[in-house]
Design a protein around this ligand. Sequence first.
Ligand code: PEP
Ligand code: MG
Length: 927
Amino acid sequence: MSTTKKYVFAFEEGDGKNKKLLGGKGANLCEMTQIGLRVPPGFVISTEACLAYLDDSDRRLPGGVMDEVRAQMKGLEAKTGKSFGGRDNCLLVSVRSGSALSMPGMMDTILNLGLNAETLEGLIAQTGNERFGYDAYRRFVQLFGKVALGVPDHEFDTEFEAAKARAGVKHDVGLSAKDLKEISERFLEVVERVTGKPFPTDPYAQLEIAIKAVFNSWSGKRAVDYRREFHITPDMANGTAVNIVTMVFGNMGDDSATGVGFTRDPGTGENVMFGEYLTNAQGEDVVAGIRTPKPVAAMKEEMPELHRQLLELRNQLETHYKEVQDFEFTIEKGVLYCLQTRNGKMNAVALVRTSVEMEKEGLIDKRQALLRIQPEMLEQLLFPRLDPKAKAKAVAKGLPASPGAASGIAVFDADRAEKLGRGGQKVILVREETKPEDIHGFFASQGILTSRGGKTSHAAVVARGMGKPCVAGAEGIHVDVRLRQAIVGDSVFREGEMITIDGSSGKVYLGEAPMIEAEFTDELVTLLQWADDVARLQVRANADTPDDAARAVKFGAMGIGLCRTERMFNAVDRLPIVVEMIVAESIEERQAALDKLLPIQRSDFKEILKAMAPRPVTVRLLDPPIHEFLPTADQLVDEIEELRHLRDTARGLQVLSDAVDFIARGRGAQPQAQVQHNVDPVLVEEVIQKKEAMLRKVRALFEVNPMLGHRGVRLGLTFPEIYSMQIRAVLEAAAECQREGVEVHPEIMVPQVCTAQELKRVKTYVDAIRHAVETHYGVKVDCKFGTMMEVVRACMRAENLAEEAEFFSFGTNDLTQATFSFSREDAENKFLPMYNEKQILQDNPFEVLDVKGVGRLMELAVGWGRGTRPDMKVGICGEHGGHPASIKFCHRIGLTYVSCSGPRVPIARLAAAHAALTEAASGTQSL
Ligand code: PEP
Ligand code: MG
């Protein structure tokens, strides 16, 4: 191993832009130092050192690292005038993790390193504050013991709680110097008992162990789970850096404090400094939620000059980083230090608002405003809220820590939450406070409820980052994890009972409260307008009903890319007519049913066209196999069987009734309807015959592989009267709109096409019907004719199909199925999860477009199609049309539009803008 490689960088020399090498925190500490902010002196050990260390089978630090560290420590001694390990004026440091991407709370940090019996004595003598000294010491022994020596937390907690009980105090601040001294001694004993070795006293030995422990935490379970969940690849962050920073103390008395701040409100995006602080406390007290902190606004009264300095710091950070910052500060005896800064994690509401406002303030441009929001984040804005009209009565109130509302069953530990959540249950994780090791429970929950801690507690920060609702510090709730229940006033909710939390108001409800859909904010409208201005792809919606269409318009859809007409057939008033059409024995019978369907379809199309006018609406002709509208054979057999019993019983009842009448007459009495027999056996017989006819039809329609069978255009060509009715309904609807002065642009699309001949034939129906409709209504109808591209052969014959089709729309659900030969109905719950887990396939191809296979086919088909028809409109209407990475690919191969479900339209609009903006930055790449 080379000994000349530089692994360690002083804050004055590290490159503040090189986060991969120095980690986010380290790079920012270097940058802040270099732009003149007051940062405690320190240095960074690079991520390269971490990787080399983790690679070494004997887990040794790379050669030279400790020499560099010693040299840097000498530098710190010179800068601070303190001495590391010296009795008088001793230098204490923190040892902090920090990788290229922020992984809050996922890795370890050790504070107050350098303390031992001797330096502690010096510290006490120097500060004249015994309590402070022992407090620092017990914190160090606990953290070092836990992180570096692997002593379980509860070993310390038990001692600590016992000491508090002995002292008769509720809060840590109530503990005296003597109590803390005793606690430190017990903690040292705990370490020796659990590890079998005395606690290390040599400061350099402590430092080396701590550096290794932080490096090890990169491969700890929490960190690995977090990277997996957030798809953090080595490309994005590889290894953690270690930051060694001179300790400054927020617990040196009432002129000391510690806190965390956001340059803007991360819950709403409002341009006000947001944060919390605690006087006479250390950072972990704020984050762990042990004492409830005060809002930074309160500092204005308590420490006006420092509040002014904090505002100045906030402004400097934003002006420099041009991004909302999440920073930590400590005030030591009236001097304000910035301990760290990073880009603030915000929910979508705040991201959108800050994007628009920072652009208006001239801090960022529109491009930056768009690119700083990941499209998927917008999904949060489409989260339901509690319906204010429902007037549900809250049973408790905590802090509104992460907005949005959620209902789920209460679960009191992360493991169970994970288990139940993965099993498909809606879960609310309920804890007194959360810790980083609860992270897996967060992933599986709808929301988080804690009874302790502030808006910057672990639960709040993590939930906000994930966009999950969180109510924190609901102190009226007494959580009893052991009994798996929580007591709120006179009510109790137990594990498994439904509760609702509203992270926007902080309220907690028993049961499931009614929710309403989210609405667009003005800022979102502005942002998406900017997105549309730069995007090349248009975004349409898949919408099947007039209601869906109206909603899609609200989401900014530029048309309908797929209207699945069969969905209309399933409505209660239509299904009987559809069934009548299917079981018809003659063309006349079928036509009679179709004649009843025509006005219904026409009126649906008319409403959809009007809702979207003047945007285009692509109507797909009937696609599924028609047996899907009928009951199954098994179901029918059972029903017929029961009906036969009913018929026989009804007949028996009739015989009985006649007999009773006869006997009554014999006795000279009036016959009375003594036996109830309301069921008419003749009627039952009629129903049986109908069901039997249906069963015959179902059996006749049976196919082994219906999804590859008699469906789509194949069905349309077998029963031309069905497609003719639908084509007529579309064209008549359009003609009626046109006559009413509404500009409409329907597009008729044929599903499952594999040859140009199929298209040619359907086109003849369209031409003939269009002629008749135009003559009848006396208007010209603008209607394009096109095809779905969801069969491999269609892609290979795109050149020929383009002679008939004016547009192509890739049905990537079926095209994926056809390209992989994976059944789309079964693959996802049979073998695909295993394929993903074993990395046989990286993604689920039904979710993320398989660019290498399906995408390749698409790219070829686009090229061939446009070879024949250069102005050919090409879209995608499979599920991938709403997936950002797939949208990027669609942009790259030159599609005209993507079409996705209504609520995903905003996401797709932003993704389309990202595709255009990042292409401009990186140049067009080919596959
Ligand atoms: C498709 O196959 O991608 C498609 C949109 O059609 P459906 O999902 O209705 O088969
Ligand atoms: Mg399809």
